[in-house]
Design a protein around this ligand. Sequence first.
Ligand code: NDP
Ligand SMILES: O=C1O[C@H](COP(=O)(O)O)[C@@H](O)[C@H](O)[C@H]1O
Length: 504
Amino acid sequence: MPSSIRLEERNHNELNKMKLDSMTFVLFGATGDLAKRKIFPALYNLFLDGKFPHSFSIIGLGRRSWSDNTFQAHIEESLKTFSRRLESNTASIEKFLRAFRYVALDVTNGETYEKLLDMIQQRERELSIPENRLFYLSVSPEFVDVITSNINQSGLGSTTGWKRLIIEKPFGHDLLSAQELNQKLLQTFKEEEIYRIDHYLGKTMVQNLEAIIFANPILQVLRNNQCISNIQITASETVGVEERASYYDQSGALRDMVQNHMLQLLMMTAMHLPKSRNAKHIREQKIKVMENLRPLGKKTIDLHVVRGQYESGEIHGESVVGYKEEPGITPCTVNDTFVAARLWIDDYFWNGVPFYIRTGKRMKEKSTRIVIEFKNSFNDLYAVENREINPNILVIEIGPNEGISLQLNSKNALNYNKIEPILTQFSSDQKDVPEAYELLLFDALRGDATFFASWKEVELSWRWVQPILEAFKNNDLPLHSYSAGSMGPDASDQLLKEDGFIWW
Ligand SMILES: NC(=O)C1=CN([C@@H]2O[C@H](COP(=O)(O)OP(=O)(O)OC[C@H]3O[C@@H](n4cnc5c(N)ncnc54)[C@H](OP(=O)(O)O)[C@@H]3O)[C@@H](O)[C@H]2O)C=CC1
Ligand SMILES: O=C1O[C@H](COP(=O)(O)O)[C@@H](O)[C@H](O)[C@H]1O
């Protein structure tokens, strides 16, 4: 039997084993940007891949008074514009769109939820589906509280089947607001029913980290403070604030990227071997990383954290304005568009290994990557002829390119046998791989919370970030400027130089 057939059969069998429960998908914010760009295309691709329940109902909500037809036409347009499947398969689209209904409601008005409940129940009866309900809140965070309490009071959440809640970032504005929000959610949903999206956890290479680390014994053996000198996590972006000035100027890189995505990458990189690959055990290990993350005292923040803001510059040959000149930004703003930090995980395993993170807008390149630098323990043997031997480094490219490379040392016969670095590289050129939202939504449909942020992770992340937020607010740290198109302020390079390292 050709191997491709075996693979197809296996995939088919795998999918059969995962029989998904019939259910209702209730989408708040269905007329919004995220729904159009990410959620509908992701649902459609899952549908095409057979990763959808046999019977399902999808109900979209927004304030504008759309008919079902207008809503379905809007979804069709979104699929044609944003789905990674370029072929427009009319029969599949039609079948998919038939599942959608639209209800106009103001989420702040508790009385209108009756209308929604009627629609949900009517569709459950028509399709003979159990009361399994997934509520996706793709709305501004200020509405999360009122929607969940209205779900509770209207009876929408009292189902005879399961219920789940998916919520988008940001989860709170600081530690206190996140705790308050969580308390409110818990009045309607149990922790295991809440799926907090961090789209970085949906990236294929982030989901692959666990396998790269734990399914490769050669890496596992080397993954400790005896062999590793430091670990660097970078998420650099070339874009500026785009059309999100009002949000970003209040948020800054610390809230927008560090509290969630960067710390999630840290947890995924540093966690110890879990007992199993289920959500409970993986989350336990991630939480341990955060519990052991050394808190930054008020007096030490400026030693370990660099705050930056971009000035005008050039990116890919084009001139761009500085942050203060961006439309909608307060001219005297001291908001952070760049953050770098040195972190320590105080456990036997990582003791003495600094972790560095950096993220910023309007940088030289768009790249999210994790770099593991190994110690140069055998340097003496080659020191005379070579003075400096490059360290072995393992680079895990998360996006936009996906790949793994390992820098080794080798003699170069064409250069007097000098020891020089060589790169062994794997780049994923797989086409048509599922997007983050597809992977995450599929997990939520089948009730697997492994790649969603648990409350404890979110709370511990805010707890670590909180003193830095306060230091930024009180201007206790310098605000370093950096030119757009650079890799951030010099102070960020200095942070590593102090320890004898450079950013890779
Ligand atoms: N867009 C993105 O790329 C990303 C967004 N997010 C998060 O996703 C969430 C949604 O973002 P986005 O789609 O961009 O936001 P939009 O502003 O584009 O959409 C907001 C949605 O909320 C609805 N809405 C607003 N007020 C009410 C109300 N009182 N009653 C009922 N519905 C209401 C709007 O409906 P109508 O207009 O019909 O009133 C619209 O459907 C936010 O939490 C955001 O932080 C997270 C990551 C990326
Ligand atoms: O959550 C966010 O992420 C994006 C970066 O995501 P990526 O998948 O392109 O790496 C960032 O631009 C945005 O400010 C932030 O809110």
